[in-house]
Design a protein around this ligand. Structure first.
Ligand code: FCB
Length: 432
């Protein structure tokens, strides 16, 4: 059976600066150096418990979760120097779009001082994509901050939206000549607020509801400001965010279970999008999670607020995240109410042995196709990620790439699932 996608559908993959470039210096870099030993020791403690043993196929690779160097981004995939070869690979795999991010700390390493050399670097990156027929989706902020900004309380500072606007102003003016069609202002604002200001896992490791709300409001404001700014500078560009929406489902019919579904859906899926609904030309969707939830009195839990996760987990990835393709359909159906074109700006899995990736992609795309047939305006799919990369506080061991990276040599090896995905990209159709 062949499932055709609409003409002009965009096919590609995504990365973010800090996760692939190497040689960055930002608030995460500082945090990694301060926390790598702790993170490795925590992994060792978990590994010592029989039911949490890290499987051999993960321990055999370099770096593994027990090694402190796993948690230091360092030279990462050296994509900063190897982007041309990496884009050659993307092109050879039939892709016609690519999402990457500009690293704010490179552009503005000191407050108000911009690096023309780094701007030039990203101009070359955009041109390299265009030369290969890859449409650039340019993210302006993918979680990392310049150290001067972090020292001024980062996104808690009431002037943070202004600082961000100044950087975006500089970038969009400077890159006006290369005409970026798709700007993504912020990546997953609610995930950042949750992990950095609410659960206290990521830098700056705050654990305060009030701070979290303030940061959220500043991010909303920042998006609104730069939405206007980008339109003033280059009227024809399209501006959106990359929003992580999950499919929430109640564990039972009990009122409380249904209520926590509503609450989490509202706070995590809708809040930000409602606030920016008059300031977006498209919606970027990052889909990873399905949460079948039961009410619980614990405020903070992995699946959301006041929930206990009751997923069946019939199939999981290397991080233990459930694989639930139907969820992408449910989430997309729900996004139809915003009446904007939708691009899937991330969807993928950690799968070191490449056992489930091809099936994962095909099953998700089968649901994407169905939702398009039912009238939802989805215009592109960007797999996360082109390359194995630095997965934040988990470090390098989770392998999300279509392309495997050997972190000792930075050599690339195309996985077999990448060829399966390439067939879909080249035919603009899924065959199953
Ligand atoms: C998303 C992030 C991305 C990557 C994937 C696995 O939440 O945007 O950087 O870490 O998860």
């Amino acid at each position: 059976m062949e499932y055709k996608f609409p003409d002009g559908f965009l096919w590609g993959s995504a990365t973010s600066a800090h996760q692939v470039e190497g040689g960055n210096f930002n608030d995460w870099t500082e945090w990694e150096h301060a926390n790598s030993e702790r993170l490795a020791a925590e992994a060792a403690r978990r590994h010592a418990k029989t039911h949490m043993r890290i499987p051999d196929y993960i321990l055999e690779r370099y770096p593994n979760p027990l090694q402190p160097e796993n948690y230091i981004s360092g030279k990462a995939c050296d994509h900063y120097n190897r982007y041309e070869q990496d884009f050659d690979i993307a092109k050879s795999l039939g892709q016609n779009a690519h999402r990457f991010s500009i690293e704010w700390s490179r552009i503005e390493p000191e407050e108000g001082k911009f690096s023309e050399a780094e701007i030039e670097h990203y101009r070359k990156v955009i041109l390299a994509l265009r030369q290969r027929g890859l449409e650039p989706f340019v993210t302006l902020w993918h979680w990392t901050n310049p150290t001067w900004f972090a020292k001024r309380s980062g996104w808690l500072n009431k002037d943070s939206p202004k600082y961000f606007e100044r950087y975006v102003n500089k970038i969009t003016l400077s890159l006006e000549d290369v005409k970026v069609n798709f700007w993504i202002t912020l990546n997953e604002p609610e995930v950042y607020v949750g992990a950095s200001y609410f659960s206290g896992q990521w830098p700056p490791q705050k654990s305060s509801l009030i701070s979290g709300i303030k940061v959220y409001q500043n991010l909303i404001k920042a998006h609104q400001l730069v939405y206007k700014k980008i339109h003033q500078i280059s009227g024809n560009s399209l501006v959106g965010t990359a929003k992580n929406n999950s499919f929430y489902e109640p564990f039972s019919d009990y009122l409380l279970d249904r209520l926590v579904v509503r609450l989490n859906h509202y706070l995590r899926n809708e809040w930000f999008l409602n606030k920016i609904k008059n300031y977006q030309d498209f919606i970027g969707l990052n889909y990873y999670f399905h949460d079948r939830v039961k009410f619980s009195l614990t405020l903070k839990s992995p699946g959301g607020i006041f929930v206990r996760n009751k997923n069946k987990n019939e199939s999981i990835n290397n991080l233990g995240w459930e694989i639930y393709p139907e969820g992408i359909y449910r989430v997309l159906k729900d996004l139809k109410k915003y009446d904007k074109p939708i691009y899937i700006t991330e969807n993928g899995l950690a799968d070191a042995n490449d056992e489930k990736r091809a099936k994962f992609i095909k099953e998700h795309l089968r649901w994407v196709h169905k939702v398009i047939q039912e009238g939802v305006d989805v215009r592109g799919y960007l797999y996360w990620s082109l390359l194995d990369n630095f997965e934040w506080d988990k470090g390098f061991w989770p392998r999300f790439g279509l392309v495997e990276v050997d972190y000792k040599t930075t050599e690339r090896r195309i996985r077999s699932s990448a060829y399966e995905y390439a067939k879909i990209c080249k035919n603009n159709a899924l065959e199953i």
